[in-house]
Design a protein around this ligand. Sequence first.
Ligand code: GDP
Ligand code: MG
Length: 444
Amino acid sequence: MFNNLTKNFSNAFAQLLGRDKIRDADFDTSMRDIRIALLEADVALPVVKELVDKIRARAIGEKIIDGVKAGEQIVKIFSDEITAILGGENKPVAKSGIIMMAGLNGTGKTTSAAKLAALLKKDGAKVLLASADTYRPQAREQLAILAEKAGIDSLPIIENETPEAIAKRALKAASNYDVMIFDTAGRLHIDDEMMTEIKSLKKILAPTEILLTIDAFAGQDALTLATQFNEALSLTGAIITRMDGDARGGVALSLFGATNIPVKFVGTGEKIDDLEAFHPDRTASRILGMGDIVSLVETAQEKIDDAEAERIAEQMFEGAFTFDTMLDHIRQIKKLGSASGIIKFLPGIGGLADRLQQAGMNDDSVKKQEAMILSMTKSERRNPDIILMGRKKRIAAGAGVSVNDVEKLIKQFEKSKKMMSGLKSMGGVKGIMEMMKNMQGGQP
Ligand code: GDP
Ligand code: MG
């Protein structure tokens, strides 16, 4: 399905992989190739634009992780962003209540209804299938036959019943089941009559899920169609059918980004088992074909973030708190990019993040603070009490700041020192974590 796209992506990334540093011109070439590859796969233009813009912004803004090459990191950024635009995480379907199918003729409503019933049955649910397609001859029989083959109950067919009457009868029957999947009639094009009917069915059934089937071979107009269905029915998700064919797959890749309707399943064949839950992350890694690189970067990222943050958090409680300690913290926080990683290790302490900010650990003021501490002598750093007016003036001049700034720094230092000793008396990082665990009833 995404074969061409994968091939074009790997060509686009080939110019970046293995590089420690990436020249702007090479990055631009890659981004251009990626853009073309997405457009060739029939991904909607606004979605392509959003994706490329986000990757560019992150690639420029992110600091390079130690032990990871720049090219690999861009692959990871790309994987994150494509996962996000595909809907982030898998959105499971409800396992109880009523699931109503919607969609144009021939998009796979009936087949998908039966496939989904079989899938839920495997999960242990008691499922009823019902069809209100009274327009096409044999449409209801088609569902009944599929149901019987799969060993699933279906609502008995009564001739000359209206869709509304079927819905009411189905609703009664559904009380003996965990899930009822309700198949509806489609049209070749969306029309008022069809919408009026399906809206009144929705009113009767009050379904937990309304799933739209979309043919993977449908072009960009399927997005407009999906939007119209969504406006009329508030869809809870979509099933993209015929993903087994050689369609370019643009609809599947664009739907969430363009309409916010999550793809819940994809149809991958005509058989009853040919329905798969849709996982944005797996799809992204399949398209990229670079799962190894992505997990390598992820591991490096986590290792650094967690190890550094925990080490720094532990160190905060070691020894006496002096200006040297403060300088250490400032430098480590600068290296990490922000204080957020450390705060993760001091969970839930009321307003601690704010207090760290007040204590002068926000990114803006760290440079100034570093300069002031560097202007101090060794004994001043260890013993701040000796910093009287004369020394304050000297430090201010050395750091290119005002005496007022030095006084502020000393106040911040005192505050941090008090905070640290307070936290220390709670047993440091481990003690605080332990305490939080106890408070939350064993939850870490
Ligand atoms: P409906 O009119 O929306 O109810 O569509 P149907 O469920 O009757 O499906 C129309 C045709 O598409 C049938 O021949 C199905 O076997 C076929 N079909 C449905 N889903 C898939 C799929 O995921 N892959 C393939 N290859 N065929 C499918
Ligand atoms: Mg049908």
